[in-house]
Design a protein around this ligand. Structure first.
Ligand code: PMP
Length: 284
């Protein structure tokens, strides 16, 4: 696999960053994940805009222009022959060659790393056909979940807790209300109405969330953005999650309770279809 690191395209085994890089020492870094279908990037602009916002919130410099980022994405997709898969982009605050809590001088160059993952069955994964099983766990992450940082330890632990329970993923709960999934936004459907938590600093502002809510409204589906409990979701007609890497993922079980008849619900399936259709049409 060819990867990109600070201006160079290299075999993955030759790509290097400093051991003093703050991404490594302090999780002082942000990232983005853009999916690829038919060799093209889905919603690249959305991801580029959110990256800029994450960098601004952390007073980190932009590593390069949006146009250059697009060119790097495209070149990696090309060099690695990605038809369906993901492009990961990581930006760290870099390093001035030592460890210190204080940020290095503002002119310290950030580190920029991109790599691809080929996933031929991205658009028709087995999980999307059978639906995901979810457990709920407490949300003990920090208070700026709207910034897409690489602090993924707790989400990673949540995913492991789900696996140990024989499930696929975990939804997190704070102050009695569902925040989001370990790596996706969370929704349930009751009497035809789609319910999801409103945007705030408590959740990541999903790029897929934005597109799916717009498409749902265009398809005359009813959408309500409000706080909701796990019990509401457990007794819903159906549920689903959204993310750039899994699109619209039906949920068929929450904390052992089966939703509907235990198969992906009609609204989740329809939204998945509408989303994939439009994503393919607007990919660049
Ligand atoms: N919430 C969290 C915590 C996530 O990690 C992700 C995926 N990166 C999402 C939501 C979904 O965001 P997007 O649709 O932009 O992938």
């Amino acid at each position: 696999r060819t990867v990109y690191v600070n201006g160079e395209y290299l075999p993955e085994t030759e790509a290097k960053v400093s051991i003093f890089d703050r991404g490594f020492l302090m999780a002082d870094a942000v990232y983005e994940v853009t999916s690829v279908l038919d060799g093209k990037l889905i919603d690249f602009d959305g991801h580029a805009v959110r990256l800029k916002r994450s960098l601004d919130e952390l007073e980190m410099a932009e590593p390069c222009s949006q146009q250059e980022l697009l060119e790097i994405h495209r070149k990696l997709v090309d060099l690695n022959g990605i038809v369906a898969g993901l492009v990961y982009l990581q930006v760290t605050r870099g390093s001035d060659g030592d460890r210190d809590f204080v940020f290095p001088a503002a002119d310290t160059p950030p580190s920029l790393v991109l790599f691809t993952q080929s996933k031929p069955s991205l658009a028709d994964s087995p999980e999307s056909k059978r639906g995901a099983k979810i457990i709920s766990i407490e949300d003990i992450r920090w208070g700026r979940r709207d910034i897409k940082t690489v602090q993924l330890l707790y989400p990673s632990m949540g995913k492991m807790m789900a696996k140990k329970a024989g499930c696929d993923d975990a939804w997190m709960i704070e102050d009695g209300y569902v925040t989001e999934g370990t790596s996706n936004n969370a929704y349930f459907v009751k009497n035809g109405k789609i319910v999801t938590r409103p945007l705030s600093n408590d959740i990541l502002h999903g790029i897929t969330r934005k597109a799916v809510l717009r498409l749902a409204q265009e398809a005359q589906m009813e959408v309500e953005e409000r706080l909701f409990t796990i019990d509401e979701a457990k007794t819903a007609d159906e549920a689903f999650t959204t993310s750039a890497s899994a699109f619209v993922m039906p949920v068929v079980e929450i904390d052992g309770a089966t939703l509907g008849d235990g198969t992906p619900g009609p609204i989740a399936r329809r939204l998945r279809e509408i989303y994939l259709d439009e994503a393919r049409k607007t990919a660049i």
